[in-house]
Design a protein around this ligand. Sequence first.
Ligand SMILES: NC(=O)C1=CN([C@@H]2O[C@H](COP(=O)(O)OP(=O)(O)OC[C@H]3O[C@@H](n4cnc5c(N)ncnc54)[C@H](O)[C@@H]3O)[C@@H](O)[C@H]2O)C=CC1
Ligand SMILES: O=C(O)C(=O)Cc1ccc(O)cc1
Length: 566
Amino acid sequence: MVRIATLGPKGSDGFHAALQYAPEATVLLFNRISEIVDAFSSNSADYAIIPVYNTREGEVKEYFRLVSQLEEGYWIDNVVLPIHLSLARLPISEGSHQPLQYIVGRGSVFRQCDEYIDGHFPEATLMAVQDIESAFQEIKSEKRGNYAVIESEELVKEFGFELIEREVVSHNRTRFAVIGKNLAPSTGYDATAMITRPLRDRVGMLADILGEFTRRGINILDLQSENDIKTQKLRIYIEVEGHIANRSMREAVERLERVVIQESDSLKVLGSFPRVDMRVKKIKSFGFIGSGAMSTWFADRLQNEGYETYITGRSTELRPEDMIDKVDVVMICVPISVTAATIAQYGKMLRGGQALIILAGESENTLQTAMDTTDPAVEIMFVHNLWGPQAISMKDKNAIIVRTPRSGSFCSEFEAFMYKHGADIYQDSPRKHDLLMGVGQKLPTTISVALAKTLSQHNIDCEDISSHSTLTSIYGILAMARVHNQNPRTYAEIMATKGDGRKIVQSFAKNLLEIVKLAEEGKIQEISDMMEENRQFMTPQFLQSRMKQAKAVDNVLSDGGLKIDL
Ligand SMILES: NC(=O)C1=CN([C@@H]2O[C@H](COP(=O)(O)OP(=O)(O)OC[C@H]3O[C@@H](n4cnc5c(N)ncnc54)[C@H](O)[C@@H]3O)[C@@H](O)[C@H]2O)C=CC1
Ligand SMILES: O=C(O)C(=O)Cc1ccc(O)cc1
């Protein structure tokens, strides 16, 4: 039989939280949080259940101190309990009713009810007690007719008190931490709580701590800080999404100690536990058609948000046609050149109420196919993430979304998922997307491939490429290296997409030949005039802000070792 230590008395919120966690448990009841900790530490209890947060009172301060004292044990789970508080007094049969002068309750209950008490009993004297059971008994034995108590309805009834008012505060919920002896295993949908030791003063410490998580795309759920009572140094409590066993989480913690705080054992992991989710989600499951790099990348992150995911492809055991029926949202994520045909093949299998989201690099043609081949009650949206599967997170990366009149709440939920993970989202029309991908993808990719081919044709030594590049020409070299360091098919597909972007590459090729000709003929003035004209087209603001960015890049590149962990 498991033994759980919590705050009493019988019928208290802690008591109910313990039974909600383990209905068969033996519940050991105490009046003080420190007594609960002692019971747990001395092995008289297997678990401790402690209130940590209340929707009305905010954080429960005592816990902050308590959790940092726990030498063994981990925060392994949570119980969220609605709290129903009632105002009650002795029944008339047990003493005369007099005007209420005193209200008795636990300190935390008063904090939850302060609005109600201020509004209804501004003159009353409040008496905060630790041991509510003794308080009930004393009011009874002393027949105190001018006393009232605020507690749960169950408890006031148990002591034979009479209700004056039921449910004196609404939206009152308490989160209890479950403390156990061993770290909880990963469920795939976890959060991790940690607290720092008292920190020495250091400029930017808080921002640097948060940055370690943000940089890795780890969402921060809660942040609190408190001055350590003795030293008056700051301690920081952080709750983040993910399990401590995840690689990026371990890396973040390791760097926090070694690089940011620069003290070993400066960070204490309180535990990992299944995430407490208060949001309303409508989507349960996503199914991918296409089992490549981008499908896996998105599926992993959706799974970490608590969604079920299925990946299907030409060679997976689960067939796309069998998957479609199981999911709320079908994601099409295959090479651009086969996206429209894949939509045409599977689109008709979706039923009203489902959503079809196209992850691809070409919008107009693919969206038209989706609108034409699916039931009109199917939601449809196009998403183009402008990062590849090597990216750790989508934080600060561009994403283009093309909504249609049929993009509904499922599509918005997917967009909210990308927003939450820090993507910079831009809404386009199909044509605008395709045209601008001529600028953002087709042209730079084409140039990169042509550049590499040219260097190779002339047997240019790779060492010489770096040593002879200028602050300006390095950009082209970097782009060339990036493009040739990833799946060539991805880029060949981009170059071959249909749509409005083609005219950008075609005009570029024509202009290139013209400029080469002018240069060969030594027409310096004509080229300068052309550049002057170009400058008129680009606004001064654009030129200045990009120049500023370029200088920032110069600084990063010239700062020994690139300032990146290689
Ligand atoms: N890789 C990247 O950097 C990015 C890719 N995207 C887009 O994501 C989509 C998927 O790209 P990745 O996952 O990178 O490609 P990938 O090559 O890793 O995977 C493509 C998947 O489609 C399947 N497939 C190939 N031909 C097929 C056909 N004829 N019928 C059905 N399935 C077929 C493959 O078996 C594979 O499972 C593409 O539309 C691409 O433009 C978007 C942004 C970045
Ligand atoms: O990582 C890079 O540099 C990319 O260019 C990734 C990429 C590849 C294909 C896309 O459709 C969008 C982005």
